[in-house]
Design a protein around this ligand. Sequence first.
Ligand code: GLU
Length: 573
Amino acid sequence: MPEDTDRLRALFDAVATDGFTSAEAIHNCISECGLSIDDHRLRTMRTRLQAQQQRPIDQEAFTDIVRDELLTVSRIVRRQLVVPDWPEFCQAIRRIYDEVAPDRSGANANYIPILRDADPEKWGVALCSVDGQRFCLGDVDVYHSIQSVSKPLTYAYALSKEGEEFTHAHVGMEPSGRPFNDLSLLPDLRPFNPCVNAGAIMIAGIVASGSPDRSAREVTQDIMDLWTALCGGVGEVRFSEETMLSERATAHNNFAIAYLLQGRKGLPRNVDLHKTLDIYLSCCSIEMTASMLSVAAATLANGGVCPVTGVQVLPTELVKRTLAVMQFAGMYDNAGAFTFSVGLPAKSGVAGAVMAVVPNLMGFATFSPRLDAYGNSVRGVAFCRQLVDRFTFHVYDSLSGGRTGCKQDPRESQRNRKHRDLSDLRWALSYGDRYASKVRDLALTSMIDICLGDGDIEDSELAVIASTLEDIVGSPIEVSELESLARNRQAQALASAIPPFEGLVARLAQEQVHLDDNARELILESAFRVACADGEVEPQEHERLLKIAEALAIHAGVLQLEIDRFQRKLAKR
Ligand code: GLU
């Protein structure tokens, strides 16, 4: 079919120059969107590319190489993965990573030497999308004990082995609002939930009681195997004997909890208390890296299917339960405040790890050993907060009704979104729509005022304003009309004590509540384009842009991203 041939041709053209492409160009295209050539969906293609070696690849050879994995290749080349603009998204992540790095508040956990002596400067962030796009920054390959990050998975394991009814007959599903190692129980004598120590020890008891013939070490190995599957085999899941020995030597409080559980309602099926505690402490002593934990988190985000291998590791129903528990109890006795401000299921551990899940989109993990008063990694929490400040990841960001405070949704490609919104606006404007006219007027005035930042407006600037207005707002303007508007504004600036730009800023601040995100972004973008027109953003233009962004309630970081993107484009030329 001709249409099919066209699509194939378009795919080829996207990676080719002068009728040829290369293995390197194809690799680059794959890694730019965050995937690796080792991806399970590209296996055949990888082998065929290897056979190609250095040879130039024409369209026929290309078709042959991608034939069996066309769907994935097409999604990659056409930027249709779950986060289409991966490089831009990663750039925003890098910015947050850098902003959080200088924070040296908090202190390492000090109850065992291995945690006390860990390098507190370590700082790593790793992400993995549900399409397997990965990005890592800093100390993401440092092995550390996962400590309490183990708890949700041991819970999931117990659910999968013993079912929900049996499991929850022994452990509650209520937030405790108390420190993680507290000895209190629910009125019916069950521990509050699987994430406080009492609950996790009970979960270990459930797991132990279900495997009477297996040693604590063997049961731990089963759980480690589950972690391996969850993180798609990226990296080796290890066990730290040193951590385990120290944990056991200092576990007085955990022993007290275990005896309390045994003395009150009893451990399940009269299982041995020491075996129970050994499993609990061994799970705390499993060692992984942030890079591995991010893939595990992505598997949870993907309903139990590991994005890196495509294997269903846990049933989706069970992942739902696990995420719910993480949401209300994952961040120690700060879980309520964390859900309030960040709104994501997450779990932290005292070695400094945080593992968080953005359902249906991605998982991420951070590592930084200094902890706050609750036992959460200071930088890890700061990273989560900033991430949710910038992106629509809070569980209730979906309630925004068109206004997300200019938070971005990385699921949508900038290009698609702008294109769709602009065509709506143009259409409405052509019928004289009042709202669209207001947006046009604010964009036009903002552009004029950007140019007047240096007191004057040149003919070349007028031409840029006219073309920007036509280009993005879809509304042509006569040069003579524009000229008289600009001269008027210039005269006002000379005549009045309050500069008209201040008036514009006040008007934008007042109007912005009635404008949706797209309209506000469009106004800023018009101003931004005019500021860039002569090849660089001058200091006074930058200052005015920032004021416009602030008046429009657009996060300064969003503007900075635009400026960076522009500068990158210039540098490429
Ligand atoms: N191993 C610690 C304990 O049981 C738990 C660590 C944590 O909360 O991350 O006391």
